[in-house]
Each structure stands twice: as structure tokens, then as C-alpha cells.
Design a protein around this ligand. Sequence first.
Ligand code: BES
Ligand code: ZN
Length: 446
Amino acid sequence: MIPPAHLDALLEFLRFPSISTDSSHRADMHACAGWLAARLRTAGLEAVIRPTEGHPVIVAKNARREGRPTVLIYGHYDVQPVDPLNLWIHPPFEPHIENGIIFARGATDNKGQILAHVLGVAETLAEQGELPVNLTFLIEGEEEIGSTHLEAFLIEHRQELACDIAAVSDTGMLGRGIPTCTYGLRGIACAELLVHGPAQDLHSGIYGGAVANPATAVARLVHSLHDEDGHVAVPGFYDRVRPLEAWEREAWENLPYGDSDILELTGVPELFGEQGFGSLERIWARPTAEVNGIGGGYQGEGSKTVIPSTSMAKLSFRLVPDQDPADTLELVRLHLESQCPPGIRITFRAGHSGRPYLMDPNSPYGRAAATALESTFGRSPCFIREGGSIPIIRTIRDVLGADTLMLGLALPDCRAHSPNENFPLENFEAGIRLNRHLLAALAEPG
Ligand code: BES
Ligand code: ZN
């Protein structure tokens, strides 16, 4: 049973429309950060809100005791935009509980999961007056937009944030009740492709045939990113891809998650990807090129006979060890320039990025995480990588020298980033217990 006060806290947290990408929600971001800092103080921690050039970061700590390991728990209070709004059964910021599942934007990603840690700590402090470790919470408001200002923040506050190990619950579990330990994440590199043609939209009858069409050009350029077998066709793209290790291939074959689950969860008629690789390898250990948005020209009702002046595509590339975002984007830029059709000019703008992450799940802290998951769920965990990205996890290693344990509670059908995002209260409750087991296990890593 979840104490009513814990549930109230979750409902309050979920009511903040903390959409980091939308500048009209700036005040909501501050209000949400303020609420969270107050919660951390109620739990018994010392919490400060630190401004950045973007959205504020919250840092909270318990009283330090010498000789204990220092654990950093990272999470984010920002959420993705809610569109298309009409597909939500209940408004995204009016949390709704049905059959033990709470529906709201951020329920899983990441408010439910980070709040479970905060409440776990609150419970332990209330019962025992102290924690078994030195604990730091680092909760940011820009994860969904690439943690743009957090790297500088880590560098600036590296002494204050120094830790032996970090822990994050912002990844998935393979299914209900299946504890899952994630030891790798893909990186990401985002970019925008702008295609320029005539100085303004033109009458497609008066000029069509004599002038290149930017909408056609963007389609051709996007097409050029892949070959027919689903491989990325950018020269050099795969040069630094580290192959999957034999133990991983073997372990993944026996996971209780695979093609039929992906088919069912996505609703696609068949799976498609890079030839020569299975779905899990494609998602967890191979890089991709994705078009996140494409546009240009008339999108309204009926027809309008124009040659649009411009068109665009939003691109992102998921990266695996040992690819580098800046190097990859440079390869893509060179490729697109080489493919640019006549009569067209392109601009290629690099966006935010994050490097891939891989850790050894068999390290002492990795084993402690597995113990905590086993104590929480009553069975031993699956070890997986994930296709999603949490760029700061790599930065935590590079700047603070600490690995991150990823103990995710998101179910495959949580609808993160989509309409009707949801989180089972059972997972919320498990998250609260997990925090307690985790801190205990980390206090004495085997
Ligand atoms: N929680 C996700 C990352 C994630 C999703 C990890 C699924 C593992 C499995 C996180 O909030 C997220 O969505 N990250 C963005 C990062 C990007 C905007 C830099 C992502 O992966 O698209
Ligand atoms: Zn997310």
C-alpha cells in the first residue's frame, strides 16, 4: 500500500506542466523546481535550487559521515511536450488513476521514478534518522532538451558533486515485475537540415519544370541517408562502432522480450531495420539515422499549386560506443552536401548531442544494484542495454569519474513521450522500496 501522502505528492508533482522545450512554460519550470526542493527538505535533506543559463538544477544532500560511500541519484523534473493533445483520454497535467495506473505527462519519464527515490529516502530518514550512505540528489530541468547546461554545471561543481557511484531510474524494465538492470545507453546527435530554393514561394505552373523544388530535394536528401537494406549510407558512419560481445549476444537471446513484443507495442505491420542484425541488437547496440520531422510547402486543406521556397528536416542519430557525436555530424554534413541536388542550397545546423555509455554490470557496484533489484522484486534481474539516451550519464563518468547504475521502472507500454503516458502505482511503490534496498546494498558493495 502506498501511503496517501506519497500519492498526494505524486499528484502534485505531475500537475506542473514542466515542459522544458517550451519557453512559455518557464514559470512552471521554476514552480516545479521550488516544489521539489521543498519536498527534499521535508524528507530531511538540505536542498538548494541552483540557477543555470537554462532551467534550474536542484541539489540536495544528507549530513556527511566519513567512511561511507557517496551516492549521487540523478533525475529530471522536465517533461516532453504533450501534442497531439486530442489523443489524450485525460488532460496530460490532470493526473488520472485507473486500475492502479496513473496517467499523466511525466508519470514515468521521469517524475514518478525520481519521486520514488525521494520518498524512499524520506521513509528511511523518518524511521532511522540517517541513511547508510552519503547521498546527493541532482535533479535537472533540461534532460528532455539535451541537458544543455548540465555539463558546465558538473564541471563547475565537481567538488560538491563528487561521488563514488551514481544511480538513475529513467530507463525501462522488460515487463511487469521483471527487474531490469541497464548497463548501456545509446548516445545521440541532433541536427536540422534546411533546404533553400527560390527566394519566395513560386507559382508551380509559371516556374515548375525550370526551377528545383526544395520539398523534392529534402525527400531526396533524406532518402540518401539509408540504403535499401536499412544500413545508414553515410560514408564512415559505422567506422567506430564496437561490435556486440559474445556474452551479450547470448544473454539477449534468452530475454523475455523480443520481436513479438515490439510488433505488438508499436502496431507496425512488420519490423524493419538494418539487415544482418536482430531487433534487440538494432535498438541497443547499432547506430541509426532517424527523421524526427520533415516539412515544407503547403500543408492546409485542399491543394495549393506552389513551389515552396524552403523545406526542412529534423534529424537525429543514435550512437553506440565508440562513435562521437561531433565527428558523426561532420560525416553527415559532408554526405548531405555531396548529395545536394542542383538548383538547391542547404544549411546543416548541429543541435544537441550526448555520447554513448557502457559500464561493466559485473563490477562491485553493479552487483550491488542487482542485489537491490532482486530484493525489491523477488527475482534476479535481466541485464540489458537501452536504445534511449541520457547524455549526462556519460558526462558523470567523464567529469566525476563515477559509473551510473540504471535501475529503470518504465514499462514497455508506458507511452513515454506519447499521449497517455502512464506509470503503474505498483512500480511507484516498488521504486520507493528499491531506493531503500539500493542504499543499503551500496553501503557495502560486494
Ligand atoms: N528516459 C529517457 C531515456 C530512455 C528512454 C532511456 C528509454 C532508456 C530507455 C529520457 O528521458 C529521454 O527521453 N531522453 C532523450 C534524450 C535526448 C532528448 C537527448 C531521448 O532518448 O530521446
Ligand atoms: Zn524522456
